[in-house]
Design a protein around this ligand. Structure first.
Ligand code: UGA
Ligand code: MN
Length: 340
């Protein structure tokens, strides 16, 4: 009796499986393999061959274009953008808030973005990192480090004093130098260059400094009340002095933009840094005395110091007369909700 019942169940189950199978097979579309006749097959093969030829043509066009771009970029020194083995340039920029800061940093970043293997060390003269600089740096896609160090009040010019009574960027540059000592290997090939946020830089200046063994020098345009200040070079191509008018007896009468230092040399002199205590206009000399024994050691760049690749430009202060008037009249400022 038990066996008969079990048999019935099995039969019923088999019937159900058979019904479901039948249902599915009726409802699924049976795709018949596409049967192509001879001429259709030949046509399809021709289409495939044409497609392949077109792709091969595209690849060779791209190869030609790549070669052309490589050639073009090598003309402006950009070919090495993709060569991590070339020495790295550590560009140190002190920056402080004023109405034109974003404009200056934007302009500068758009130059630096074109320089291969450059790491930008930006040091804000501020109690904490600002949103403006943080966002700007992130947007560049560059390799950078963002630091901050606020200049003590006693080292800022007083309200009515001219800006040159106190040295600028001292603490910020020293903060960057300390960062380099702590974070960059002494075995790395590279150079250090001080890049103020308001100067104008040709891409050429970066390629002049890249392979320096010690300290390299070159002319700086529009500085010291002259069209150009530059090292005096003798027939042997060595520096013998400085073609400057303002304070020509400084040991290194050169602007911050006119020299760069090899990274290994920098690491070998742990005391090399700037000082608030040095005489007005002596910041460059203060630093360079640690790295250069005599003028003879300086590496002469920019075609024997006959070319200007960097200019000590200074941006006019923004005219905010109407903005000030708005504030006096207790009216809303023009830049509410918009970063300038
Ligand atoms: C000249 C030199 O070119 C500077 O390299 C040097 O630091 C300066 O003199 C000096 O004697 O201290 P100048 O155009 O007069 O430059 O200086 P700024 O461009 O006003 O300042 C140099 C850098 O320091 C800029 O990148 C600027 O943003 C920054 N800075 C300036 C601060 O970080 N904080 C300040 O309060 C002022
Ligand atoms: Mn400046």
């Amino acid at each position: 009796m038990k066996n008969k019942k079990a048999l019935c169940y099995v039969a019923l189950l088999a019937l159900m499986v058979w019904c479901i199978k039948g249902f599915w097979s009726n409802n699924t579309v049976k795709v018949k393999p596409l049967e192509l006749d001879q001429s259709q097959q030949e046509f399809q093969q021709q289409v495939n061959r044409d497609d392949l030829l077109r792709k091969e043509h595209e690849i060779s066009t791209l190869k030609v274009e790549m070669a052309r771009l490589k050639m073009e970029s090598s003309k402006c020194g950009l070919e090495s953008k993709f060569s991590p083995e070339i020495p790295k340039i550590y560009a140190i920029t002190p920056t402080h808030y004023r109405a034109v800061q974003k404009a200056e940093l934007t302009r500068l970043s758009h130059t630096l973005m074109l320089v291969p293997n450059l790491h930008w060390v930006v040091v804000e003269d501020a109690e904490s990192k600002t949103d403006l600089v943080t966002k700007l740096l992130a947007k560049t896609g560059m390799s950078y480090s963002h630091l901050n160090a606020a200049t003590p009040k006693s080292w800022k010019p007083k309200a009515k004093e001219p800006r040159w009574v106190k040295p600028r960027g001292v603490l910020q540059r020293n903060t960057a130098l300390q960062w380099l000592r702590d974070n960059v290997s002494p075995n790395e090939d590279g150079v250090i260059y001080f890049v103020d946020d308001d100067n104008s830089y040709s891409l050429e200046v970066f390629e002049e400094m890249r392979y320096l063994k010690g300290v390299g020098v070159w002319p700086v345009g529009l500085v010291g009340g002259l069209m150009v200040e530059r090292p005096k070079i003798n027939a042997e191509g060595k520096v013998t002095g400085w073609l400057t008018v303002w304070s020509p007896n400084r040991p290194f009468a050169i602007d911050m933009a006119g020299f760069a230092i090899n990274l290994k040399l920098f690491h070998s002199k742990p005391n090399g840094k700037f000082s608030f205590e040095s005489e007005k206009g002596y910041q460059e000399s203060e630093l360079l005395k640690h790295f250069v024994g005599s003028l003879n050691e300086l590496e002469v760049k920019a075609d024997n110091c006959t070319k200007v690749f960097v200019w000590h430009t200074r941006t006019e202060q923004a005219n905010l007369a109407q903005e000030i008037k708005l504030r006096k009249e207790n009216k809303p400022r023009s830049d509410i909700g918009i970063e300038v």
